[in-house]
Structures are given as C-alpha cells and as structure tokens.
Design a protein around this ligand. Structure first.
Ligand SMILES: C[S@@+](CC[C@H](N)C(=O)[O-])C[C@H]1O[C@@H](n2cnc3c(N)ncnc32)[C@H](O)[C@@H]1O
Ligand SMILES: [Zn+2]
Ligand SMILES: [Zn+2]
Ligand SMILES: [Zn+2]
Length: 448
C-alpha cells in the first residue's frame, strides 16, 4: 500500500475522471495515513455532537446554515448513480423537514455549502478555511435514479482483487452457473488432465496424493471412513485413481468414475499393472446410466465438487446409486475460507513467514459462480464457488442428511515437519471441509 507518490487528493482525482476542468487539489490531510485528501474531501464538524466526520456522513441545512452528521440524524440510503458511486445518503432534516444529502452528492448537485456561500465559516479538520479551486456543475442537475438492487450490484472483479497474490492466475470474472455449459468445463479438464497427472507424479511419487491430501484431508477422511473390507465403494471424480487404489488395498470392491477420459485411461493402465479389481467409467457425475440404483454401501469424493458444474444433478445421481442408509463422504475446498475470491495480505509482501500475514480478506461470500483459473503454470480450469447453505440445501433436496462436518487440521508433528507450508496457516484456517452424509431411508424429495 504505502502513500501514493503524488500528493493529490484521492477524491479529487476520482471526480476529475468524470468532470472536465475539475481541479485536482493537493492532498493535505491524511486521516488514516494512506489516502490523501483535500479540505473539501476531508472531515467536517457536526454542529450537534461536535465530532468530526468523513464528508459523506454529514449534510448541510441551508436554512439553519449548519452541518449535522449521520450519527445525530440517521439517514436512508438513496440509490442514485453519480460519479463513481451508486448511492447517496438522504437525511430528513430535523430543522426544515426537507431531505438533504451528504456532502459528496451535494457537491455533485452544486449545493455544497462552499459552492453556495462564499462567506461560510465551516471548519474542517485542520481549521483550514481554504475554499480554493472552486468548481460548479454549471447547470442544475441530478444523478440517475436506480433501484436499490442495482445500487448494490457493484461488479465482483475477482481478477482485480486477486492479481496481487500471484499463486492463482485468473482468466475470467465470476460467471453465473446458468450461463455455463458442462461441455466447456469438461473440455477444459480434458486439456488439463495430462498436466494434472504430471503434477501429481511430481508432488506424490508414492501414489498417496499431494501434501494437502496426505497430511490434512485423507487422515480425516479415513477416520470417518473406517473399515472398508468387503464394502462396495464408488470414488466419484476419482482423478488419477490413487484413492481407489488405497480403498482396494484395504479390501473394498471399488468403482471409479471421472468425466476426463485421459484420467480414466491412466487409471486403467495402473489397474493393468496392479490388478486390484477396480472398475472405471468415463462419465459426468450428473449422469451415471451404467450404474444401477442402490449399488454402493459407500461413496467417497475427494476435492471434486469445486470442479463440478451440474452439482445438484450430480448429488441426485449419487443418492440414486447409493444404498439406503449408505454413507456419502466428500471433501471439498472450504466454502468460506478457501474461496478463490479471498485475499491474504502479508506485510512485508515478500515474506515467506506465514505469521507475517496481516489477515485474510473475506468478502463477496454470496457471489457464487464459476471462475476460469490456473494453478501455478497449469492450463486453466473452471472452479465453482458456492456457499455452505447452497450445498446443504442441495444435499437435503436429494435425501442426504449431514451427520457430521469435519474441518481437518494437521496435527502438531505434521506441522513441525512442514513449517513452510503449514505453520501459522493450516493450523489457523480450515481450507478444506469434509461432509459425512447418510442417504435417509425415507426422505427423498425430487429435485427438479
Ligand atoms: C481436483 S480433482 C480431484 C481428483 C481426485 N479425487 C483426487 O483427489 O486426486 C477433480 C476431479 O473431478 C473431475 N470432475 C470434474 N467435474 C466432473 C464431472 N462433472 N463429472 C465427473 N468428474 C468430474 C475432474 O476430472 C477431476 O479429476
Ligand atoms: Zn479533494
Ligand atoms: Zn453529530
Ligand atoms: Zn434543513
């Protein structure tokens, strides 16, 4: 962050993008030491509580010639487009009964007290009475009136937010799921699967998954799974099949499904070498016609739904092929803490020490949809951010009952051996979530 190089007022610079001849004044105030502001755009004193406030939090009553703040006279939000913003505060004046607006919109309208009255004696934070570089709108005008919904719909510029992080490259903004096609998502995966296999080979030469799987997710999964000897198990979205192979080695009768043909070809090649009796299918999880109803005692799915577009249909299909009272254990990126729209701030920015993170910026939680991203140097794939309740509602609708939610945390010895990756990170924030669901023997609500 730091102080901007030039010392101009932040708000004047913004307004000047919208108004020809707007004077960019000097930023002589710095309330929070980061954003410089001129006397017009700094703080003003309320005539009632005597406190100083940001200029958007006060209105001017021209009849009484006083400023009153929003703490003393709470405003309503008035949706209106002007300059860089989509709303103003509207204050019902206790003196004259009229609606006045905050000083930002007042300036846009040309009724800011310094525009109206030369001899005004409003004090701002430094008692600087300079009204230098006056600007008037030239004609009487109003901002464009819009609905409250429109006013609150500022675009979610994911790539802009995340640009500074560097670990994930963004190729698209958030796109609503209705606008997307499964074929496009599938094609992206197909193009990426070779790289995905190479990456796994590098990070997991022992066929046990990457560090997150080996040290955080899978131990917690296995604690829930328990004994699988003799059970019929489906691995939904099996990827390179490593989890299928572990299940089979522990005595399960295993089927693996993935929509990527090249991944299934890899799995089958491995099966030829190892002969564990695993059956594989290429299919999208939302349509498994080759599998009969109630075929499995247990379904597992490891970090898959973040990548699945037709997730509701997929859950419905998994509920169909699971036996009554059977279990569905699935892990995913945590819908709150591992959102791709989150940002982690560090100070200094180049530090490798996790404890020097200032904190995580979590925002835009309700903005759900797909983003085309690439991890490291991999080709781009689509990922889908959904809220916790979107998933729990979808589970309920197809007859699953959530028995337990686990937010896995590595144990202390694991952290000791991997300080760079895990210390002050995975022990503080759950990036993964595991749901243990039961197919309710009676409850079944048709989804569509
Ligand atoms: C992050 S990988 C995880 C793979 C594996 N479970 C693992 O833990 O290594 C996600 C997998 O989901 C698969 N996938 C994504 N959408 C799918 C869909 N609609 N149907 C079936 N598989 C899908 C991808 O091909 C990919 O193999
Ligand atoms: Zn200014
Ligand atoms: Zn006040
Ligand atoms: Zn008034």
């Amino acid at each position: 962050m730091g102080i901007p190089k030039n010392n101009t007022c932040n708000y004047c610079s913004t307004i000047s993008k919208y108004e020809k001849h707007y004077p960019i004044r000097e930023g002589i105030f710095s309330v929070e030491k980061k954003v410089l502001r001129c006397s017009w755009h700094s703080q003003f004193q309320c005539s009632q509580c005597k406190k100083f406030h940001h200029f958007s939090w006060l209105f001017w009553c021209p009849n009484k010639e006083i400023l009153i703040c929003g703490d003393c006279n709470p405003p309503e939000l008035v949706p209106v487009v002007f300059w860089n913003t989509t709303y103003t505060y509207g204050f019902k004046c206790p003196n004259c009964g009229k609606i006045h607006h905050d000083l930002y919109y007042s300036e846009f309208l040309g009724v800011h007290p310094w525009q109206e009255e030369e001899q005004n004696t409003i004090r701002c934070i430094s008692n600087d009475l300079s009204k230098s570089n006056k600007w008037y709108p030239g004609e009487s005008r109003e901002g464009k009136k819009i609905s409250l919904e429109e006013a609150l719909r500022i675009p979610n510029r994911v790539s802009y937010i995340r640009k500074r992080i560097g670990t994930v490259k963004f190729h698209s903004e958030l796109i609503s799921e209705e606008q997307m096609r499964q074929s496009e998502v599938h094609q992206q995966w197909e193009q990426t699967s070779k790289e995905w296999l190479n990456l796994i080979d590098q990070v997991s030469p022992d066929d046990k998954g990457d560090i997150n799987r080996q040290l955080i997710i899978d131990p917690a999964m296995w604690k829930l799974i328990g004994d699988v000897d003799g059970l019929r198990v489906l691995d939904a979205g099996c990827g390179n099949g490593y989890f299928c192979r572990i299940l089979a080695q522990r005595g399960a009768i295993v089927t693996g499904v993935d929509h990527s043909e090249s991944l299934i070809v890899y799995c089958q090649k491995k099966e030829k070498e190892q002969k564990l009796g695993i059956i594989y299918f290429v299919s999208s999880l939302d349509s498994l016609p080759m599998i009969e109803d109630q075929s499995f005692d247990l379904i597992i799915s490891n970090i898959v739904f973040i990548d699945v577009l037709p997730y509701k249909k997929a859950l419905e299909e998994l509920a169909r092929v699971l036996k009554s009272s059977g279990r569905f254990l699935w892990s995913n990126l945590h819908p709150i803490f591992a959102r791709i729209t989150n940002t982690m701030y560090r100070l200094p920015f180049d530090t490798v020490r996790n404890e020097e993170r200032i904190g995580m910026l979590i925002d835009r939680y309700f903005d759900t949809g797909g983003t085309l991203i690439s991890w490291g140097n991999m080709k781009p794939i689509w990922q889908f951010d959904r809220t916790l309740s979107e998933y729990s509602t979808a589970l309920k609708q197809v007859g699953f009952v959530i028995r337990e939610i686990v937010e896995p945390k590595p144990d202390i010895n694991v952290i000791k051996n991997h300080p760079r990756e895990l210390a002050f990170d995975a022990d503080r924030i759950p990036y993964f979530i595991i749901y243990e669901c039961i197919k309710h023997p009676r409850v079944k609500q048709k989804l569509l």
